[in-house]
Design a protein around this ligand. Structure first.
Ligand code: SF4
Ligand code: FES
Length: 251
């Protein structure tokens, strides 16, 4: 049964990328445990606006676990205390009455803070622009089953394609590595015939761009997989490494 809870929030406030940030403490009362975490943030912001204070800037769009925008670090975990969900899918029933909740932006050299809880994730767009697409002419839409693809490959490609680019993998990694994200984007194409044509160039260029953009090296801690809201497997990282090595040998 839903109930109302009172909370203390320690929220990271930072004016812009240049200024230092700090935690500010806010109280929110009578939050329904049936509301979502972002609805709780809306309640806080309404309260701040009514008090003449600046609302907390945070990213969101779909609020359905699709867009990957809601990048919050909650009580030390990307996307908070629940598994396999995004912040917008997190419910307040996961918290207790009287609890103190720490809310921070992603912490990573690759994702500089823009304001409060919003980080700049354009580095991911730049990695995609380096090769995360198919540019060959694949012709018109083929008839179903005209292009035979083994079921396992199709399933793995679909699983990899469920990456929403949220960045939780980077935030969870002590090295700030983007390998899980890059490996998902490489895998979803490398597993399909249309993506094979450019596979070598894609793996090389995307990894090179990732390195240039300040992401750290992968040391196989597996923290990324644990915190990924879409369950992207680190088996994709092994595939990326194989694709990368193949590309290097072909050079
Ligand atoms: S791999 Fe998972 S955690 Fe990383 S960007 Fe994709 S969905 Fe988010
Ligand atoms: S707001 Fe789109 S995934 Fe959370």
């Amino acid at each position: 049964m839903e109930k109302n809870i009172n909370l203390t929030l320690k929220v990271w406030r930072q004016k812009n990328a240049r200024e230092k940030g700090r935690f500010e403490t806010y109280k929110v009362a009578n939050v329904s445990t049936g509301s979502s975490f972002l609805e709780m943030m809306d309640i806080l912001n309404e309260q701040l606006v009514n008090e003449g204070q600046e609302p907390v800037a945070f990213d969101h769009d779909c609020r359905e676990g699709i867009c990957g925008m809601c990048s919050l670090y909650i009580n030390g975990r990307p996307h908070g205390p629940d598994d396999d969900i995004t912040t917008c899918q997190l419910h307040m029933r996961k918290f207790n009455d009287g609890e103190t909740i720490y809310i921070e932006p992603w912490r990573s050299a690759g994702f500089p803070v823009i304001k409060d809880l919003i980080v700049d994730r354009t580095a991911f767009d730049k990695i995609i622009a380096a090769g995360g697409y198919v540019s060959i002419n694949t012709g018109g839409v083929p008839d179903a089953n005209a292009l035979p693809i083994p079921k396992d490959d199709a399933d793995e490609a679909m699983d990899a394609a469920s990456c929403i680019g949220c960045g939780a993998c980077v935030a969870a990694c002590k090295n700030g590595s983007a390998m899980l994200f890059v490996s998902a984007k490489v895998s979803q194409l490398a597993l399909l015939p249309q993506g094979r044509v450019e596979a070598a160039r894609r793996a090389k260029n995307m990894v090179a761009r990732m390195d240039e953009l300040g992401f750290g090296n992968c040391t196989n801690t597996g923290a990324c997989e644990v915190e990924c809201p879409k369950g992207i497997s680190i088996a994709n990282i092994a595939r990326l490494n194989r694709e990368f090595l193949k590309a290097k040998i072909q050079d």
